[in-house]
Write a protein that binds this ligand. Structure first.
Ligand code: GTP
Length: 373
């Protein structure tokens, strides 16, 4: 080999080495850039070229997000829990109605049982009337007591009501859900749980922590958001709830999100104060986008007290749906009927536990079936 050939060979190897080094640095930089640009709302899939490089170690760039449970499976799972807490009422009614003789004492016992379950006076009378008529007419050997009771209970819960959440905004605006209710009813928890349902449905969500009176509520909501990669807009402690609500709605509009959920403070010190606060929250949100749903969160274990709260809130804001929480801890499922009758607004969701996915759409048939066991 002469000197020229040797030189050509050395230069060739050097150029090849240089190209390899440049290529490697370029790939690494590209990968860093892709990671740096990641948004919190969703972790984008790695570019196709990257996953194909076998030697590239896959390092998760973000904390692992929760994968919320889908609606169908949570319904199946929670039906059991509902049946567990409400079975006394269903079993009791069936036992009384299956007696050989349905005398006045028995009908009185039936009424007492329904009233104890918080169904309310008027709905109880209505149900007893219907049962008396139907079991008299259709009575006798073939009287399908269970089927009659099932049908009448379903009628009472009213399957014709539209229980879908209004989460679709018009003209490309996000759906806006305002969540109201007294402190401790489960508002913050419910906002967190709803965000998980929406994430499972692949909706993009923003949370507004407008419960600025309790710092812990804001932190609590931030944790719910972090777990599913949903941004949470928060303000200063004791700041103006309306300004947080406004910022949350603005973030959702500007960012092209599907839905914004706004948690509010529920101080019931007096009706005028509450009206001022919630009225202002709603007004400022609507500078950005119309409120599509106002959900009133009620604790099912509070019975008549809960009903009084429901009345006050419905006079202050235009409630469009009810969330009944803690039905797992109450045998008084009858409040579903009472509150719907009182407000003329459907129960849309029920809380059945403290777990992150323990919230389910309310379904009259499934509810009655759980009641009857
Ligand atoms: N068992 C059960 N507990 C629930 C349910 N929903 C909420 N809780 C619990 O109720 C308590 C109060 O819930 P929060 O979400 O903090 O209530 P809140 O209305 O937001 O109250 P503030 O944040 O003070 O306004 C928490 O311990 C929740 O875990 C439910 O469906 N079942």
């Amino acid at each position: 080999m002469d000197v020229t050939a040797l030189l050509t060979l050395i230069i060739g190897i050097a150029v090849l080495g240089l190209l390899l080094v440049v290529g490697l640095v370029g790939t690494t930089l590209g990968r860093r850039k892709a990671r740096g640009g990641t948004d919190v709302i969703a972790s984008p899939a790695a570019p196709a070229g990257e996953t194909a490089t076998p030697e590239a170690p896959v390092v998760p760039a973000e904390p692992q997000l929760d994968k919320p449970e889908g609606t169908a499976s949570r319904l199946v799972r929670l039906r059991q829990r509902l049946a567990g807490s409400q079975s006394g009422l269903g079993r009791g009614l069936l036992a009384l109605l299956s007696r050989d003789r349905l005398d006045e004492d028995t009908w009185e016992d039936i009424e007492d049982l329904l009233l104890t379950a918080d169904i309310g006076v008027a709905p109880t009378q209505q149900l007893v009337e219907r049962l008396r008529t139907r079991l008299r007419v259709e009575g006798g050997e073939a009287a399908p007591v269970r089927a009659v009771l099932r049908e009448e209970l379903i009628n009472l819960v009213d399957p014709s009501m539209d229980r879908r959440l209004s989460i679709t905004g018009a003209d490309g605006k996000p759906g806006v859900v305002l969540v109201v209710g007294v402190n401790g009813a489960g508002k913050t928890t419910t906002v967190g749980k709803i965000s998980r349902i929406l994430v499972a449905q692949e909706k993009s969500v923003v949370l507004g922590a407008a419960d600025t009176f309790r710092a812990a509520a804001v932190d609590q909501l931030a944790t719910w958001g972090e777990r599913v990669g949903v941004p949470v807009i928060r303000g200063a402690e004791n700041g103006d709830p309306a300004s947080v609500a406004f910022e949350a709605a603005k973030a959702a509009v500007d960012g092209g999100y599907d839905v914004v959920l706004v948690d509010t403070a529920g101080r019931l010190q007096n009706k005028a104060g509450l009206m001022d606060e919630l009225g202002k929250v709603k007004r400022v949100i609507e500078k950005q986008a119309p409120v599509t749903e106002v959900l009133l969160v009620l604790d099912a274990t509070t019975g008549q007290n809960g009903m009084i709260q429901a009345r006050v809130f419905s006079e202050v804001v235009d409630v469009t749906g009810i969330v009944l929480t803690k039905l797992d801890g109450s045998a008084k499922g009858g409040i579903v009927v009472a509150v719907q009758k009182e407000l003329g607004v459907p129960v849309k969701l029920v809380g059945l536990g403290e777990g992150p996915d323990d919230l389910a759409p309310f379904e009259p048939e499934a509810f009655v079936d759980a009641l009857l066991g």
